[in-house]
Design a protein around this ligand. Sequence first.
Ligand SMILES: [Zn+2]
Length: 128
Amino acid sequence: MILLIKMNNKDMLEWKKCNNCGFLQYKTHLRCLRCRFNEFSIIEASGQGKLLTFTILTAPPAEFRDHDSYALGLIEFENGIKAIGQITTQNNLKTGMKLKPVQKKICNNLDGKEVYTYVFEPIKKKID
Ligand SMILES: [Zn+2]
């Protein structure tokens, strides 16, 4: 299951966990996609994120008119939640690397309002 980031959606890192079978799914579903049960617990992404795959967008949407390009990644957290989001850098990205979610202004929308959402920042390795 993949969660798409919506602009200004602060709870993008929350999913529903089925109380019957434990299946994880995005919050908009009313019934479990696996067993049809209708009671859920809300769970939040936890731990570090792992970069599963990424791409560099070189023709960003109109809201990102100030950027020539940006990186978009699919991240999986330690408890199974996956999210798609911008990555704070395009340099030295590698699948399997660890990232953390940070809240950040990503653009001004077409009405000129500032848009904040979660983006993913590589976790720097400690240098001994
Ligand atoms: Zn279920």
